[in-house]
Ligand binder design. Sequence first.
Ligand code: GLA
Length: 390
Amino acid sequence: MKTLITETKSVFSKKYGTEPVWLVAAPGRVNLIGEHTDYNDGFVFPMAIERYTVIAAGYSDAAGADIYSINKEESATIKLDGSATPPQTVVWSSYIQGTIQNVVETGLCPKNFRAVINSNVPLGGGLSSSASLEVATATLLEAITGQKIDPVQKALLCQKAEHLYAGMPCGIMDQFIAALGREGYAMLLDCRSRVPKMIPLDDPNIVVLIINSNVKHQLTGSEYPDRRRQCEKAARLLRVPKLRDATLQQLGAAQSVFEKEPDGNICFRRARHIVTENKRTVATAEAMIRKDWNTCGRLMYESHTSMRDDFEITCTEIDILVEIAKSTDGVIGSRMTGGGFGGCTVSLVEASKAGKVSETIAEQYSTKTGIEPAVFTTRPAQGAMILENN
Ligand code: GLA
C-alpha cells in the first residue's frame, strides 16, 4: 500500500499545489467460501486483501467535491448537498456519488473538498473494487466531518449506493468486509444477524493465492439478478422466508412441487447450491479453527463443483484454473471467488510451495487458454481506515 499512498499524495500535491489534509483507505476482498449465500440470509467467509483504494483529500472553495481518479485519468464533480439522484448511465463516479448521497441523508454535512483516488484492486476482477471505493468514500466523509458512522451502518449505506447508483442488487458481503475486515483474520459472517465471527488465518505455513483469469464474460448482464430471483422463487416454493432456512431434506421432499414449474429444475439446483454452500461455509470456518486444512481444501473444491453444476456461475477459463490447481502439488483447495462468470480463483496453498505453484498454474493456464493470468498471494488485511487527518 506504501507505493499506492506515495503516488496518490504526490498526484494530489501536483494537481492542487498543497498537501492533502485527509488520507483514507479501504481494501478489496476475496471470499474464501460462501458464494451467493449473502442475499439468501446465509453465511459467507471473506477476508480483506492487501489491495486497497486510497483517497487523498483536502479543502476546496468550489461547491461540491472535485474528484480525480488516477486509474481512469478523469475528474468528476460530486454533489454534497443531498440533491443527487441515481444516474441514467453508471460510471466510476456513480459509486462515489451514491455513497455520499446516502451518507449525507443520514445527517452528516461534509465541507466542500477535492480529492484524488487511486486503487490497486483489479477493476472488475471479482475482488470488490467497487465496494472498496464505496467504503473508502464513506470513510473519507467520516474523516472530513469528524463523525464516526457505525461500521455495520456504513456497510449498509454503501450497499444501498451499489443498489441505487450502480443498479447492482448485491448482498452485504463485500461492503461489510471492506468496512470491518481485520488483519490476520478471515470473517465468518452470518448475513441474517450481521454478526461477524473473526477466525484467525495466520498460520505461517499457509498462504492465500489469488489468480485473476483476466476474463469477464458479459452474457446478458442480468445473470446476478436472475440468480437472486431464482433463489427467491425456490424459497417461496419451499415455503421458507429465505433459503437460509431450508434443509436438504426439505428440498428433496419438495421435488414434485418444483417439477410443476417451467423453471423448476433450475430453481431446484440453485436452492441445492445455497443449502449445501451454507453448510460448507460454516464447516470451513470450523475446520480453519482446528487448522484442519485438508477439510478446508476439500470443501473449497466441493463449493466450486456446486457453483459450476448447480448455480452455473463459473466459465471454461475458471474451471480450467481450478482443474490445474487440483493437480498441482502444494495446493490444498481452490475455487472461483465472487459473483462469477470470470474474475478470480482463490486457493489455499502450502507457503513453501507457493512460488512453484504460481508458476505452474500460470504456465499451464496460458498454454491452455492463450490468456496470461495475474497471480498474487495475500494475507488477511485490515479493513477501512483513516490514515491521516491533519
Ligand atoms: C458479488 C456481490 C456479493 C455476493 C457475491 C457472490 O460480489 O456483491 O454481495 O453476492 O457476488 O457471493
